[in-house]
Design a binder for this molecule. Structure first.
Ligand code: ADE
Length: 224
C-alpha cells in the first residue's frame, strides 16, 4: 500500500510513523508513506496556504488553490482509491473502517488546520471524511497518524503470529480478554489456573468467555 499525506506540519507525522510496527511495515516494503509539505504549493513566496473566511468570523480556512494543485500533481503519479480528509465532523473511525481501507492500494490523506479546508475541496476531491472521535484536535496530523497506524498494522506480513490482528479487540466485535505473563504468582496474585493448564481448548473457551464478560461490562453497545 502507498499513502500520501498532505500537511503543513510534516514533523508531527515523522515520529509516530517512524517507529515500531509502522517503521517495520515500511522497512519490509509492505507500506510506503510520503508526507508532503503543503506549502510547496503555496499561493505566494510567503508560503501562504490559508486565508480569512468569507462571511467573517474568527479562524482561517485552508485555501483551494494549494490543496487542489497538490492533489492534482499527486494524482498524475497514481490513482487514489480514496482521498481522505481528517475532520471532527467526519465518519467515526472504527475497526471496520481500518479493515476496509487496508484492502486499498493508494490512499491520499489531507490534514486540516485552523477552521478546516475550503468546502469546494471537500465537494470535488475528497471521497472519505474521517474523525477519530468527538473532540477537536489542533490539526489533522495526529488523527492521520492514528489512521495510518490502524491500517498499516493490518497489511499482510506486517504483524507476525505473536502480534496477529485477529485476536485484537473489536476484530469480532468483542473486547480482548485479560492477558498475563510470568511469573505465575506475583505477591499473592495468581494467574488463572486454566491458562497454566496446557489445554488449548479450555484456554480458548475461557478467553472467549472473558472477552464476552468484558464486553458486556464495558461496551454492551458492541453486542447489540
Ligand atoms: N482534526 C481535528 N480534530 C479531529 C478529529 N477528532 N478527528 C479527525 N481529524 C481531526
Amino acid at each position: 500500500m502507498h499513502i500520501d499525506i498532505l500537511t503543513v506540519l510534516p514533523e508531527l507525522l515523522e515520529s509516530p510513523l517512524g517507529h515500531s510496527i509502522m517503521k517495520r511495515a515500511q522497512d519490509k516494503g509492505h507500506l510506503t508513506v510520503q508526507v508532503h509539505q503543503l506549502r510547496k504549493w503555496a499561493v505566494n513566496a510567503y508560503g501562504q496556504v490559508d486565508d480569512y473566511q468569507y462571511g467573517g468570523g474568527a479562524g482561517m480556512v485552508m485555501m483551494c488553490e494549494p490543496l487542489v494543485a497538490a492533489i492534482e500533481e499527486l494524482q498524475k503519479e497514481r490513482t487514489y482509491d480514496a482521498v481522505i480528509y481528517m475532520t471532527p465532523d467526519g465518519e467515526r473511525l472504527e475497526q471496520r473502517t481500518a479493515n476496509r481501507l487496508s484492502l486499498k492500494e493508494n490512499l491520499l490523506i489531507i490534514c486540516g488546520h485552523y477552521k478546516g479546508i475550503d468546502q469546494r475541496v471537500r465537494d470535488h476531491f475528497v471521497t472519505h471524511e474521517i474523525s477519530i472521535g468527538d473532540y477537536v484536535l489542533s490539526g489533522g496530523e495526529l488523527a492521520a497518524a492514528v489512521l495510518v497506524d490502524a491500517i498499516g498494522r493490518l497489511l499482510p506480513g506486517v504483524l507476525n503470529d505473536e502480534t496477529s490482528a485477529l485476536t485484537d479487540s473489536f476484530q469480532d466485535n468483542l473486547l480482548a480478554p485479560p492477558v498475563y505473563t510470568r511469573p505465575a504468582e506475583f505477591r499473592d496474585w495468581k494467574v488463572p489456573d486454566i491458562l497454566l493448564s496446557g489445554d488449548p481448548k479450555k484456554v480458548e473457551d475461557w478467553r472467549h468467555e472473558q472477552a464476552l464478560k468484558r464486553t458486556q461490562e464495558r461496551r454492551p453497545d458492541l453486542l447489540q
